[in-house]
Design a binder for this molecule. Structure first.
Ligand SMILES: Nc1ncnc2c1ncn2[C@@H]1O[C@H](COP(=O)(O)OP(=O)(O)O)[C@@H](O)[C@H]1O
Ligand SMILES: [Mg+2]
Length: 303
């Protein structure tokens, strides 16, 4: 384990921003911290990064107890903050050159620019970059000291889908280079695609953790079949199928939940036998279903 956090607590007055969080991160993995706004993601990250004093609990990183403002840790970690900015008239290469001067150990920032697809932006002013390019500059700045662990706080928030996917590629490249990444995100699709393990937090507490696959399995809603048809289908015809757990109808769509994948074949057979013209879709649960279920965020938004 490259990072171990045990019973971390950080309060701001009455607000329990982080209220007893424990987790650990293995070397070389991408670990995701997920949760709604105000859940405590940034505070957790800032405590681990040594930017904030925590009130209680232990943080051990690189097998050493974390202490705030210690060069031992600063030299070995890369940090991108949720709210970052650079002077608008600073050129990309100037920023990299400046940040490199803060550390004893450096990588050649020209190589970083190539890796982060920013080579042709070297002489651009920071203010002239797109959102995605700016975020990639912040990743580059976090990597000038060739860190072992990289912390990224909502690095893709606000980016368009193309820029987001470009960032995902960058992060995969970072992982393949053997780095450990601890990231926070709002996007479940992103977490599912990138993260080896995730922890969902809400109101300063961990509400679930594991690999995305484990969390989805635990939800036990793996097999869903959606049937759409212009014909009126009597849902009674599906009740004979043994593996059916639940049938619901919403906005003309029939949704059937089955115990296993056999439910799909059984439904298809019934529809085929009766010569019903229908569109059948098979869906598995994803991390977003898990997240919405656990955080109740969905309900809040509907109300
Ligand atoms: N500097 C601060 N002073 C007071 N309260 C804060 C401060 N920073 C964060 N908080 C509060 O702590 C909680 C967790 O915030 P934060 O860690 O930023 O959550 P997230 O990053 O998950 O959105 C929120 O209720 C937030 O309002
Ligand atoms: Mg935050």
């Amino acid at each position: 384990m490259i990072l171990k956090v045990n019973n971390l607590k950080k309060h701001y007055g009455d607000v329990k921003a982080v209220d007893g969080i424990s987790f650990s991160v293995k070397k070389g993995e991408i670990f995701g911290i997920l949760g709604p706004n105000g859940a405590g993601k940034t505070t957790t990250l800032e405590c681990i990064e040594g930017l904030q004093h925590h009130d209680e609990g232990d943080i051990e990183i690189f097998e050493k107890k974390m202490t705030v403002n210690d060069d031992f840790f600063k030299e070995r970690m890369g940090i991108q903050l949720q709210e970052s900015s650079l002077p608008p008239r600073m050129k990309v290469w100037e920023a990299l050159d400046l940040f490199s001067s803060f550390y004893n150990k450096n990588v050649d920032w020209r190589e970083l620019l190539v890796k982060l697809q920013l080579e042709d932006k070297k002489n651009n002013y920071f203010s002239s970059l797109s959102g995605g390019q700016k975020q990639r500059v912040f990743v580059a700045l976090a990597m000038v000291n060739d860190p072992e662990v990289l912390f990224l706080d909502e690095i893709t928030t606000g980016l368009d889908p193309m820029a987001r996917r470009q960032m995902w590629n960058v992060m995969k490249t970072i992982k393949y280079a053997g780095k450990t990444v601890v990231m926070s995100t709002h996007y479940m699709e992103e977490a599912e695609y990138l993260c080896d393990r995730v922890m969902i937090i809400d109101k300063g507490k961990v509400i679930a953790d594991g690999t995305p696959g484990e969390l989805i399995d635990r939800m036990g809603m793996k097999n869903r079949v959606i049937i759409e048809s212009e014909e009126k289908i009597d849902v009674e015809i599906f009740k004979t199928i043994k593996s059916v757990l639940d049938i619901s109808v919403e906005k003309g769509k029939i949704e059937i939940e089955g115990k296993d994948t056999s439910v799909l074949a059984d439904i298809a057979r019934i529809i085929n036998d009766r010569k019903i013209k229908a569109n059948i879709q098979y869906k598995t649960a994803n991390l977003e279903d898990v997240y919405l279920h656990l955080t109740d965020h969905f309900n809040e938004e509907v109300i």
